[in-house]
Design a protein around this ligand. Structure first.
Ligand SMILES: *Cc1c(COP(=O)(O)O)cnc(C)c1O
Length: 355
């Protein structure tokens, strides 16, 4: 049953196929109608996620975007305001969902180079009670920080934000699309961070290799609301246990091996650092996202490099912005493939016009 993959895909960890173990579990999963609350595999996944993240309850949702949107709808009302980083996924990459569908005003604030909000700016952004103003209600956080080279943010930051939020009656939601990458990189228990936020959503379908899905966790009352909002958004799924079966393996076993992806990312970063025409600081690579720049002197444009790698070498990487490119390591990337990518980039930059 193992699939043969002719090309090697570094564009994202979303490209990960389910493992053979996942496919077997999906084929034999116990199923029921989950909108009736009768799918035992979905229930097991929700319970396990809640346990691992130390929350009362969980909800299986279709994507990270849906998890974040449901969380915002469940924490805030129309006319409320959500404080978030100006480079947060929820602000930049989710089609403006909280505003479009929730009537929630985003209040973007600058972040530091590791994706953290400035605590004084957060305090200043919290509004008092005045009929002119939207009501400050929610702080949206992210870990690891996708817009900041996958920085793994420490528990103390979340505790500090939590203290501010509590003092002003605000809720906090953590977009933990790559949360286990963040905890693995720091060697901290997931609960060290999740205890400092009201809700968390994690992606099963990125580095954890499940084909589809995210889990949202929080208090019983919050998940009760969230279940209604999932239905509202058309996210109530029926025999979703076929997907949750892969999610269970994602949580149980794939969360335990993410250091391997961080090691291959480090291998890649150090290899790239030896290539003339590339700028990268390997120390800035904390998890599985490797961002690097083509220097101004490089005779190849980013899009030409991407094309040459794809056509001549069967290697896929992603463009990001300007001269910045991104390569992501994951379960289906092994050290020899990292070596292949480094040498292919070296070849393209050394022989820019041959083809
Ligand atoms: C991928 C991602 C999401 C959204 O996940 P989808 O499943 O693609 O909707 C949210 N936040 C961050 C930081 C992500 O990287």
């Amino acid at each position: 049953m193992a699939t043969i993959h002719p090309s090697v895909d570094f564009r994202s960890d979303t490209v990960t196929w389910p493992t053979d173990e996942m496919r077997a579990a999906m084929a034999s999963a116990d199923l029921g109608d989950d909108v009736y609350g009768e799918d035992p595999t979905v229930a097991a996944l929700e319970t396990l996620a809640a346990e691992m993240l130390s929350k009362e309850a969980g909800l299986f949702v279709s994507s990270g975007t849906q998890g974040n949107l449901i969380a915002a709808l469940s924490h805030a009302q129309r006319g409320d305001e959500a404080i978030l980083g100006e480079d947060a996924h929820t602000f930049c990459w989710e089609a403006g969902g909280i505003a479009v569908l929730g009537g929630i005003t985003p209040r973007p604030l600058p972040t530091d180079p590791r994706g953290r909000l400035n605590l004084d700016q957060v305090r200043q952004a919290i509004r008092g009670d005045d009929p002119h103003w939207p009501c400050s209600r929610l702080i949206l956080l992210e870990n690891s920080s996708g817009g900041n080279h996958g920085a793994a943010i420490e528990p103390e930051y979340f505790e500090a934000i939590h203290t501010i939020a509590q003092a002003h009656g605000l809720r906090t939601h953590l977009d933990g699309a790559r949360f286990f990458n963040a905890t693995t990189a720091q060697g901290v228990a997931p609960t060290a961070i999740t205890q400092a936020v009201d809700s968390v959503s994690i992606c099963l379908s990125k580095g954890l290799c499940a084909p589809v899905g995210s889990v949202l966790v929080g208090s019983e009352a919050f998940i009760h609301q969230a279940r209604r909002h999932r239905k509202l958004l058309g996210g109530g799924m029926r025999q979703a246990g076929v997907l949750a079966a892969a999610g269970l393996i994602a949580l149980k076993t794939m969360t335990q091996r993410l250091q391997e992806d961080h090691d291959t990312a480090q291998q890649l970063a150090q290899g790239l650092a030896t290539i003339r025409g590339i700028h990268i600081d390997p120390q800035a690579v904390e998890t599985n996202l490797v961002f690097f720049d083509l220097t101004e002197a490089t005779p190849v444009t980013p899009s030409a490099l991407i094309q040459r790698l794809k056509i001549d070498h069967g290697l896929h990487i992603g463009g990001y912005y300007d001269r910045t490119l991104r390569a992501v390591t994951h379960y289906w990337i092994q050290p020899p493939q990292v070596e292949r990518l480094v040498e292919a980039i070296r070849t393209v930059l050394t022989h820019p016009s041959s083809g």
